[in-house]
Design a protein around this ligand. Structure first.
Ligand SMILES: [Zn+2]
Length: 263
């Protein structure tokens, strides 16, 4: 996996896909190719140096991509280009998605302009201001004795289980969101809710906040809508779990690691 990349490479998105010059070997659009795409870009920007300093742009969705170019999704990018590039592209994607959705004021419909050193869009007519969108979501590893709660979302590929997750609702603390989601989705009460870590999740603008917690009372009853199956697993009975790209996998690996010590 490539961790240091040539200067001047672009991160260009068409809808939610990234344009690449080649997949194998992995190559982003180089600065030398700018004439191929520069007049086909909508919103553009440049990432901060801490995020790689890449210029980025939104390729018009109704234009053909340059000859010999192809597109990859962000999840695939993590496998092709490594975690650091995934983070850079995720940041660029969130900025691009926010900017392309901020052209008109959602309150009065007037065209908006960049404001606050390009960190916001402001409406000249009604003074509405919009900042980049972040949607906090909680994700939690709940344990009962030496077992971990894993569940099957109805949208998962067949056989896949993971920890539970859900969006934080207005007026809720993160801990309240953790307890509510678990109760709504599998009908148990939990205790000892502790912060674990976080991960930006650009699909399209989530911030995943990971927690651990312990079972307190109740029997597992999947809600039947979002969750079709929920069970307690031991390290020996683990089902298929998500790839290492996500904080869900980090939560599961962290628990597995802790179980080893007890063996
Ligand atoms: Zn307005």
């Amino acid at each position: 996996m490539t961790e240091s990349r040539p200067r001047g490479e672009w991160l260009i998105f068409q809808n939610d896909l990234l344009l690449v010059k080649s997949r194998d070997p992995f190559r982003l659009p180089p600065a030398a190719d700018e004439p191929l795409f520069k007049d086909r870009l909508g919103v553009t920007g440049v990432l901060a140096p801490a995020r790689g300093g890449y210029p980025w742009g939104e390729y018009h969705s109704d234009r053909e991509i340059p000859e010999n170019y192809e597109t990859v999704g962000l999840r695939e990018l993590w496998l092709l280009g490594g975690e650091k590039l995934f983070q850079s592209a995720g940041t660029a994607f969130q900025m691009m998605d926010w900017k392309r959705n901020s052209r008109f004021c959602p309150r009065c419909g007037a065209p908006m302009s960049p404001a606050d050193n390009n960190r916001a869009y402001a409406c000249p007519d009604c003074e509405y201001i919009t900042y980049p969108i972040l949607s906090p979501a909680v994700i939690m590893a709940v344990t009962k004795d030496d077992k971990l709660l894993l569940a099957r979302n109805t949208r998962f590929p067949k056989g896949r289980f993971s920890v539970l997750a859900g969006f934080v609702e207005p007026g809720e603390s993160l801990e309240e969101a953790v307890a509510r989601e678990i109760y709504e989705e599998v009908n148990i009460k939990i205790k000892n809710i502790k912060y674990f870590g976080s991960q930006p999740w650009p699909f399209p603008h989530s911030l995943m906040l990971g927690f651990t917690a312990e079972w307190a009372e109740g029997e597992l009853v999947p809600d039947g809508e979002e969750i079709e199956e929920a069970r307690w697993f031991t390290p020996e009975t683990m089902p298929e779990i998500p790839q290492s790209i996500s904080i869900s996998r980090r939560l599961i690996d962290n628990w597995l690691e802790g179980q080893k010590g007890k063996g």
